[in-house]
Structures are given as structure tokens and as C-alpha cells.
Design a protein around this ligand. Structure first.
Ligand code: ADP
Ligand code: MG
Length: 872
């Protein structure tokens, strides 16, 4: 910084900036927040505000008016920046020398209760990650609601998956200064989440219970298993970072930390989630066209977040699934009551975030009125909820605390629509506080007296244009234009001269002014006090508010699922613990809504006996991928407690769901390398269990045909022999249709097509059997390849296909060291085409085995007929 920058203020600035090197520092100067140096350059670029300079161009400078600062701050934070607010903490008028300034808040993407910012995403989670003993700890907090949880992970893979699942707004790791304690971990996180800035903080040193009590008070609860040291440390890291950003302000909504175990949920890896378009569509990453979008018919933001949470962690415990399903079932059946319930829910504000704002002291008078109006509808919600009997809904009704004590006070105290401002009055209802009413009368009377005085002075002086005015500097005054100056009486005291008027005061006027201003001031002050009391009153009840909010969220989510089930004609799935899936006429929940052609439903049949792996062959665009996605989506839906789009469904609980979409089908740019495909496939083969569901769509496509077929073949065999997982396996390599010859639990299916007038018509129906060919050549002909090329291609194909079988008529691909050729006696089962001439045919073998001397003429004739038939 330049020489002249060394004013006391700039020295102070530099000192503060040193403490927040990684933040953009908003420094209050007069009515502006100024940024200097690099901060100014960066902010001017990001916010498109003017960059100027001071000290003869030596220091860059940019500023925003303090009253509109929050929108600029939001925009910077939304872009991932951290913003430190250095504000004046004393009244500049009273300050001696340099006005005292302090950093009062640090705002970051993961630590915000700013409505505008939060509106940009459904939620903003701050996540802490730690490592130790080859394990990982993770903790996530939603600062806007106070939800705080932690878990442990065994592998780096699992950590990565969980981070992608949470999709945090900000991540923090333990360390000091800019040095992370575990550099490898920090680098890995940076690699996985390149868009986020990794924060580094020293975890709080005292036990988590003690640290949390600083905020949640004596009711603070830590529900982490004693052995979960990683989860604990992750929570300590998150807490330290929160404390750093809040600059010593208490965070009473951080009251409990809960443990969650990933084993308790149906785990869906990130690429599966993306491929299945669970939360976003693949085209533009928006919510439209996702499963979430179909299922979310909630009436409140809380309910919507709840569905999102359910989709992140579907259940695997059958009883819990059934509990939700029963609730949804009842809500669906009782349509009238559901409608009324949903209508009532619509009026409930976001109580979870409201609670956050209340306890953090950020709720405005308007927020309190919103809370009041929200509480007022709860009795209606509960009354309607009481019409339902399923245990889960009963439990929700039980937990729904109406907070009628709070409501009563708020009703008495708050005016109908109070302002956003807190110190300018207009908040408290008449009749709530006698002392406040008195002040109001006083100030009203005073104003009346002043108005009366104006009339009296007019008649006394004869100046008809005389008027009483008010400004902040002089208070009330009498204004008289210059033309009437000569009429001014002696007792007027001149206060101010304007171009064409003079302003005067009188002792009587000042006397009334004292009364009015004093009364008004005290009135505002009193209203502010009442407001603070009301807010504190609500804050004390935050635990109850939280419980009610949670109960409303779940209720809203269940009612939404019921609404979707009703409108979409979904059925309740029968959940079982055996590894089966039997669905009649399944439909894809998203495609059935959006596709232009009529959706063709299909059965899904998987079991452990002869249909463990369904091998689906068929041409491109036939409907293979859609079919498999349908099956996967139905499982997810069922396990969050939703009904499913089908005529009938029996679904064995799935512990893990995997999908792998082959290179050419993967729409995500940059993801389409063969290596990624193989990495994901190996991940599946290493982690799937006999209770998992695997969807493999065109694997092995990103390499040469022979490589591709070989890999696909080997993978299918491995799943069949080793994993036993229910699997849907689509491939355009029709060669794989030979797998069932050696693998009894592989079943062939294909998509029915009709060839008609040189055209291929897709019937979208999945049927037993294999595609006879790939239709590639046909497609080429339709595309206009010269006839000669098409003909020659056919010839080459025939040549290639001729050698597909081995000497005993089995597909050559099936041969292995472990699977020696199957004896020829079983051949009849498979009706092979004519084997090569060097090997005796079945008929020849039978002939050779005949003992002609033992046959009667009739027997001989019969044998002859039989052999002839075999030849046909
Ligand atoms: P494949 O994977 O065999 O190439 P897709 O599953 O991608 O085929 O489907 C191709 C197109 O057909 C998609 O646009 C899809 O919307 C439509 N489709 C697929 N299955 C059905 C169905 N059962 N009913 C109606 N349309 C379908
Ligand atoms: Mg496909």
C-alpha cells in the first residue's frame, strides 16, 4: 500500500485484512462499504461495479452503498466467495477520532440464512471432512435450520460418494492457516469438487458436548457412538468454522448432533443418481424431467426438502418402508381428507428456517407475523390429521405441537402486517401494553396541539401561508415566506434562512415538540423491546417449533406421495425380503408423462432361480434403456415409501443400486471415456451383493467390438457366478444371447420389433428371446448406403457369424478353462444348426449306435421316421 494509505483508517483496514486473507472484505466508510486492492478488482469484475482508485492510482477501490450491500454480498457468496463485513460498531457522531470498526459477520456459501441466497438452491449444507486411522469422518450442517449430523466412512470411495450425494455448498477440513492437516485428503476433495473453495480450520479443542453446549445450551445433545471418533472430529471442525464465521454470536439452533449410518440406506452411487435423473435431468441439469420433480407435489419448502432427503437416502428396513407406504395408502384412499389437509398445509410457512432466523436473532417483525399466521393454521392441520389412523400419521399428529401459548401472545401483541424494520414502530397492537397506548395518545395529542397551533398563529399574525414543518436538524418550525417577513411577531426566534423563506421557533412549539418527539421515540423503543421479547419468547420454544416443523415436513411429503399415486394411478408395492422383483406393466414415471408416443408398459420379472440376470438384446432406440431405468426407478420409489407406476408390484428390498451406462449412451460430455466406464464397472463388481440391483446398459461399447463383447461376456458371467445380484443387462452385441446356454440364471429378453416395408417398427414390448441381429446393416440401408455396400456387408456378416459355434455346437464364446465343452448329448436342447462336416452329426451318431440285428421291422421303420424327423 502507498505512503498516503497509511492513514489511521487504512492502517486499521490492513490489520483487519490480514485476519481475513481469504475473504473479500467489505469495509464500512460512511454510507458505503468499500473494498480495496485485489478485493476491489475482483468485486468490480464479479459485480460489474465501477473500479476507481485512491492515492493517485496506487490503491484500487470499489464500493457499494451500505443499504443495498446485502444483494451484492449475496451475489458474491453465490459465486463461492467468502465475504467479511467490517462495520462501524459505534455511532460515528459520538466517536472520538477514528470510528471503531469490527468484523461483525463472515458470510460464506455454506453459512447463510440469507433468503435470497437460500432461494438459489433447495438447501445449502456445510460439510466437514476428517481422516484418521485409514477411516474418514464426515459431518454436515444446514445452518438455516440447525440440522446437524455426522457419519463415518471406511473408504475414500465411500467418502467421495457421500460428498457427491450431499452436494455441499462448502467444505471444511482440519488444519492451520492455509495448511490442511491431511494434504492427500484435501487434494482429493478439491479434485472431486473443483467448483468449491476448500476451507481450512482448527477444530474446536474441547469435547463436542461442551462446545455444542455453548450454543444449544444445557439441552444440547450429541448422539454419536463413543467409537465414532472421526464423526466427532468432523463435527468439531464444522463447529469451529461456524464459530469463526459468526464472530462469537451464539447459535442456539445448533442443539443436537445426530449420527447416521450409511448401512441404513439404499445407497445409490453418484453416477447412478445422475444416469437415472433422480434429482436433475441429464440434458440441462434442471429439476424438470427428474424423478424428484414428479414426486414433489409438496405444499411447503420443508416437505420438498424432506422428499429430497428421502431420495438421497431411501430406506432398506422393510418395516420402515411399510410404515410410510401405509400412511401414503391411507392418504391416497381418503381423497377428500387429503385435499383438505394439503390445502391447510399450503398456509404453513417454512418453520424450519423461520426457527433458524428466530434463534439467530435475524427474524424481523414481519417474520414473527408470518410465524403467527402459520401457527394459526396448525389446529386445522391437526384436526384433519386426526381423521387418519395409520400409525405413522398418528405419531405425526402426536408430535405436532400447536404452540398455542406462543400463538396467543403473538396474536395479542402483533399488528396484522408489521414492517420489516424493527426500530421504527408500527409493530405492536393497540391495547397490548397500557404504557405503549399512553405514549401513542401523547404523541397523537402533541401532533394535534401543533396543528392547532398552526391555525392559531395564522390568525394571530394574519399570515395565511404560515405553516408548521419538521426536519431532523431543527425539529418543528414555523415557516414564513419573505414577502410576509415584516409581519413576524417579536416572540419568534429565527432558526434558519432559506432563499425565499425564514424558519422560526417559539418556546411553546418547542415544548410540544419535546412531548411529541419524546413520546414517539419512547414508543418506538418500547415497540422494539416488545418485539425483542416476542422473538426471545419464540426462541425459547425453538425445540418445540423444530419438532412441529419436522412433523409437518414428513406429513407434507407423505401427502405429496399420495397425491402423485392417486393422479398417476400408481399401486402400492408389496415389499419382501427375498431377492425378487415381479412387476406387472411397469411404466417409467417420467417418460410416461413427457413422451409424445403412448407409453407401452412392460413386466419386470427377476428372481434368484432362473431369472437373476435378464439379458436384453435388441436394436438401438428399441426401448432397452428405458425399460431398465423403469425397473431401477421403481425400486427407489418403493423404498422411499412411494407407490409405483404399475399394475402390480412385488419388490424384494434392494441394498445397493448400481447403474452403468456405456460410453456412447452417456450424455454427460467429458465423462465418456472407456476408462471411466471400466472404473465404474469394476466398482460395481467389487461392491454389489446378492441383494443389490445392477443395471448395465451397453457396457464395453467404448472399445473394439471383440474387446467389448469379451468384457461384456466376462462381466455377465461374473455377476451370475459370484455376485448373484439381480441384474438387467442390455447390449447390442447379440452374441451375448448365447449366455443362457451355459449360465442357467441368465434369461434372454428382447424388444419386439416389426419389419415392414423396409422399415423397423418398435413395438416397445419386452418379450422372451434374443434379437436375431443388430439391424445395423438395415439402418445403413435406410440411411442410403449404396446397394453394393449393403450387399457386401451382409456377406461379410454371414462369414463372421458362420464361425460362432464350436465343434460341439456351443457358442465359441462360452468356452473356458473352468467350463469345458458340454458333452454333445445335451445338444438336442439347443437345436443347433448343422455342425461342421468333420464331426459326426447327431443323426449319424444315432445311426451308428443302432444294432440292426436287434430291431423288428416295425421298430426299424419307426427309427427311420424318427431320424428323418431330426433332419428336418
Ligand atoms: P434403447 O436403449 O433400446 O436404444 P431407449 O430406451 O433409449 O432405447 O428408447 C428410445 C426411445 O423410445 C426413447 O425416446 C423413449 O422415450 C422411447 N421409449 C422407450 N421405451 C418406451 C415405451 N415403453 N413406451 C413408449 N416409448 C418408449
Ligand atoms: Mg439405450
Amino acid at each position: 500500500m502507498s505512503k498516503t494509505a497509511d492513514t489511521p483508517m487504512m492502517q486499521h483496514y490492513a490489520e483487519v485484512k490480514r485476519q481475513f486473507p481469504d475473504a473479500i472484505l467489505f469495509y464500512r466508510v460512511g454510507d458505503f462499504f468499500e473494498m480495496f486492492g485485489d478485493d476491489a478488482v475482483q468485486a468490480s469484475k464479479e459485480l460489474e461495479i465501477t473500479l476507481t482508485s485512491r492515492d493517485k492510482g496506487q490503491t484500487a477501490l470499489a464500493g457499494v452503498p451500505h443499504h443495498s450491500a446485502s444483494s451484492y454480498i449475496s451475489r458474491l457468496v453465490a459465486k463461492g466467495f467468502k465475504v467479511a463485513i467490517c462495520d462501524q460498531v459505534e455511532d460515528p457522531k459520538l466517536a472520538k477520532g477514528l470510528v471503531k470498526r469490527e468484523v461483525t459477520r463472515v458470510i460464506t456459501p455454506g453459512v447463510t440464512i440469507d433468503e435470497d441466497l437460500l432461494a438459489l438452491r433447495d438447501r445449502a449444507l456445510l460439510v466437514g471432512v476428517t481422516s484418521g486411522d485409514g477411516r474418514y469422518g464426515l459431518s454436515a450442517v444446514d445452518f438455516s435450520t440447525g440440522e446437524f449430523r455426522a457419519t463415518e466412512l471406511e473408504t475414500e470411495d465411500a467418502l467421495r460418494e457421500e460428498l457427491l450425494r450431499i452436494d455441499p455448498a462448502e467444505i471444511v477440513v482440519p488444519g492451520a492457516g492455509d495448511k490442511p492437516r491431511d494434504k492427500l485428503l484435501a487434494d482429493a476433495v478439491r479434485r472431486w469438487m473443483p467448483k468449491l473453495t476448500l476451507r481450512i480450520v482448527l477444530p474446536v479443542t474441547e469435547p463436542l458436548e461442551q462446545a455444542l453446549a455453548r450454543h444449544g445450551g444445557e439441552n444440547a445433545e450429541v448422539h454419536l457412538p463413543p467409537a465414532a471418533a472421526g464423526a466427532r472430529e468432523a463435527a468439531q471442525t464444522v463447529l469451529a468454522y461456524l464459530e469463526e464465521t459468526q464472530r462469537g454470536v451464539r447459535m442456539p439452533h445448533l442443539r443436537r448432533v445426530d449420527f447416521y449410518a450409511l448401512d441404513d440406506a439404499l445407497l445409490i452411487d453418484p453416477s447412478t443418481k445422475r444416469n437415472l435423473e433422480i434429482l436433475r435431468n441429464l440434458q440441462d441439469g434442471k429439476r424438470a424431467g427428474s424423478l424428484f420433480d414428479v414426486l414433489d407435489r409438496t405444499q411447503t419448502a420443508m416437505g420438498s426438502r424432506r422428499i429430497r432427503m428421502w431420495l438421497d437416502y431411501p430406506l432398506i428396513d422393510r418395516e420402515s418402508v411399510e410404515a410410510r407406504l401405509s400412511a401414503v395408502d391411507e392418504l391416497r384412499t381418503k381423497g377428500f381428507d387429503r385435499d383438505e389437509l394439503r390445502a391447510a398445509l399450503k398456509a404453513v410457512p417454512d418453520l424450519e428456517r423461520m426457527n433458524g432466523r428466530i434463534v439467530m436473532g435475524n427474524a424481523t417483525p414481519r417474520d414473527l407475523a408470518l410465524l403467527r399466521d402459520g401457527l394459526a393454521v396448525l389446529p386445522g392441520v391437526r384436526e384433519r390429521l386426526h381423521r387418519f389412523e395409520s400409525p405413522l400419521l398418528r405419531a405425526l399428529a402426536e408430535r405436532l405441537d400447536l404452540l398455542d401459548d406462543v400463538l396467543t401472545v403473538f396474536r395479542q401483541a402483533l399488528v396484522d402486517s408489521p414492517p420489516l424494520t424493527q426500530r421504527e414502530g408500527g409493530i405492536v397492537r393497540d391495547g397490548f401494553r397500557p404504557d405503549l397506548d399512553e405514549l401513542r395518545i401523547l404523541s397523537r395529542d402533541g401532533k394535534g396541539a401543533i396543528a392547532k397551533m398552526e391555525a392559531e398563529e395564522k390568525s394571530r399574525t394574519g399570515i395565511t401561508s404560515l405553516k408548521v414543518g419538521y426536519n431532523k436538524v431543527f425539529g418543528y418550525y414555523l415557516e414564513i415566506t419573505n414577502t410576509n417577513k415584516h409581519l413576524v411577531p417579536d416572540d419568534y426566534i429565527r432558526k434558519q434562512t432559506l432563499t425565499n423563506a425564514e424558519r422560526y421557533i417559539t418556546p411553546a412549539l418547542k415544548e410540544w415538540e419535546q412531548k411529541v418527539l419524546h413520546a414517539e421515540e419512547r414508543q418506538c423503543e418500547l415497540e422494539y423491546q416488545v418485539f425483542l421479547d416476542l422473538r426471545a419468547h419464540a426462541a425459547v420454544q425453538s425445540e418445540r417449533l423444530e419438532r412441529t416443523a419436522a412433523s409437518i415436513a414428513t406429513l407434507d411429503a407423505l401427502a405429496s406421495l399420495a397425491q402423485v399415486a392417486e393422479e398417476g394411478r400408481y399401486v402400492r408395492p408389496r415389499m419382501v425380503d427375498t431377492p425378487v422383483m415381479r412387476v406387472k406393466q411397469a411404466r417409467h414415471p417420467v417418460v410416461e408423462r413427457n413422451s409424445r408416443e403412448r407409453f407401452v408398459p412392460n413386466d419386470v420379472l427377476l428372481d434368484a432361480d432362473d431369472r437373476q440376470l435378464l439379458l436384453i438384446t435388441g436394436p438401438n432406440m428399441a426401448g432397452k434403456s428405458t425399460y431398465m431405468r423403469t425397473a431401477a426407478l421403481l425400486v427407489i420409489m418403493a423404498q422411499i415409501g412411494s407407490f409405483v407406476p404399475a399394475d402390480e408390484a412385488e419388490i424384494g428390498i434392494v441394498d445397493r443400486l448400481f447403474t452403468r451406462v456405456g460410453a456412447s449412451d452417456n450424455l454427460m460430455a467429458g465423462q465418456s471415456t472407456f476408462m471411466v466406464e471400466m472404473t465404474e464397472t469394476s466398482h460395481i463388481l467389487r461392491t454389489a451383493t446378492s441383494r443389490s440391483l445392477i443395471v448395465l446398459d451397453e457396457i464395453g461399447r467404448g472399445t473394439s467390438t471383440f474387446d467389448g463383447i469379451s468384457i461384456a461376456w466376462a462381466v455377465a458371467e461374473y455377476i451370475h457366478d459370484r455376485l448373484g445380484a439381480r441384474t438387467l443387462f442390455a447390449t447390442h452385441y447379440h452374441e451375448l444371447a448365447d449366455l443362457p446356454l451355459t449360465k442357467p440364471r441368465v434369461h434372454n429378453a428382447t424388444v419386439e420389433v416389426r419389419e415392414w416395408n423396409d422399415e423397423v417398427i418398435f413395438l416397445r414390448r419386452i418379450i422372451d428371446g434374443a434379437a436375431s441381429h443388430s439391424y445395423g446393416i438395415q439402418c445403413g440401408r435406410l440411411a442410403g448406403l449404396p446397394g453394393e455396400v449393403v450387399e457386401r456387408a451382409r456377406e461379410v456378416l454371414t462369414n463372421l457369424e458362420r464361425d460362432e459355434l464350436n465343434e460341439v455346437g456351443l457358442p465359441k464364446l462360452a468356452r473356458s478353462r473352468k467350463n469345458p465343452p458340454v458333452p454333445s448329448a445335451q445338444l438336442g436342447l439347443f437345436a443347433p444348426p448343422a455342425p461342421p462336416a468333420s464331426v459326426p452329426s447327431v443323426v449319424e451318431e444315432r445311426l451308428a449306435a443302432l444294432d440292426v440285428n436287434q430291431l423288428t421291422p416295425i421298430e426299424a421303420l419307426n427309427k427311420l421316421a424318427e431320424l428323418k424327423k431330426m433332419l428336418e
